[in-house]
Design a binder for this molecule. Sequence first.
Ligand code: SF4
Length: 503
Amino acid sequence: MTSHATTSKTPPITNGRGLEPTVVGSHATAAAPVFESLSVLDLFKIGIGPSSSHTVGPMRAALDFLGQADASGRFDEIVRLRIDLLGSLGATGSGHGTDTAIMLGLSGLAPDTVETPQIAETLERIRATGELPLGGRRAVAFDEAKAFVFRPLTVRSEHPNALRITAYDAADETIATAGYYSIGGGFVMRHDEGDVLSPVPAPAEQLHPVPHPFTTGDELVALCEETGLSVAELMLRNEAAWRPREQTVAQLERIWEVMQECVAHGIATGGILPGGLDVKRRSKEWHAKLLERDAAPKTGRPDLLEGMEWVNLYALAVNEENAAGSRVVTAPTNGAAGIIPAVMHYADRFADCVEDELPWQVRFLLVAGAIGIIIKSNASISGAEVGCQGEVGSACAMAAGGFAAVLGATPAQIENAAEIGIEHNLGLTCDPIKGLVQIPCIERNAMASVKAINAARMAKQGDGTHYVSLDTAVETMRQTGADMSDKYKETALGGLAVAYIEC
Ligand code: SF4
């Protein structure tokens, strides 16, 4: 809730393992915010690692808070900030970089425009000076150890990823306070007066009626059959509700460019990932080995799966970049950011993509976006909400649909490919060790990339008819997520996160 009340009461801090989370709040859930329609560019956002819900979303919330503080008319009186991280953000926010992302957002930096070197520079300056450049406008004393309050056991009923930012004046009275929910994929809802949940940015920028609306796989296939349009062309016509056609094409080409830069930077960078797990970056070494292998004269029987090792490499490169907090494209989240780029790099290098008036990369992303819209509209792409099936499973389905499309699949075959992609990730839990997006996340992206390629190829062998529809698989994912214990939903309280014992 945004308010300018004059109280500075500190809520009790609940902390520690083994205690039952306390659920507070007035909404049943914010899991299915009403977006009249989603754009493909809502699903593919240029941002920073390691997590769209724990990094990109909170950074956008912090940026929004600057506007809220400005609206109070007392921006220049702010002398102290407090940030409460609740539920999953409190449990794994430190490992996922939620605190640093909020510091960057409060400094006026946006996830889609911040340059990688700016991230370290800004954080170093805040830590060295003990001052945060609020909105890039004025310095405010900032001690991160005191400013951030981690409250993992306080879970809002609206969404497990909740945060509240409060600004105080010199008398320790509240100048502005706002609560947010980071609902996955960088999407953010603000908890406004009267318990209203408002998308950030404002609805006017997000809600657009489109000529061919769809929210289910069945509707999408039926629309394609009725209009004679391909999935990619139908999506592109819908995108025209937001911006001219050429602009959408150019922006999707830019997304592909950033994905390529990310892979290139990943395979050129060695060392150890941050966070304390001492995970070695492997892609640089693997890249050298693959180049050497491919250059060597061939002897013996041909290994038909050699290309898959390149797929693994591309996925690792992206997810190592993500874990290092560098620039990636959410696809549809940061944790699962390696799958679509890996499959696209595979398509670029090893597949005969069908020629069309639109570049195949643009068609791939449009179709993957259509699948993402269906999943987000009916279930979730948030690991904190439904487990890893919502992140890696969704990305796998999106990549499978996109790859099938550029191989020349029909809309029914595309729907089938996406269904195979999600069906075989059902039940996948989220249990990152130490709350870092490293183990199992990095390798899991490689596994799902290979699965997506196989799903597309299996669907292409058929005629599009199959038993379980994409819509049924998505609904099963939603129900499985609802039944899943919170231990397996980005809290690092179950699975590998606790099975792993530090020596
Ligand atoms: S386990 Fe899956 S959902 Fe959880 S942080 Fe890793 S990639 Fe994301």
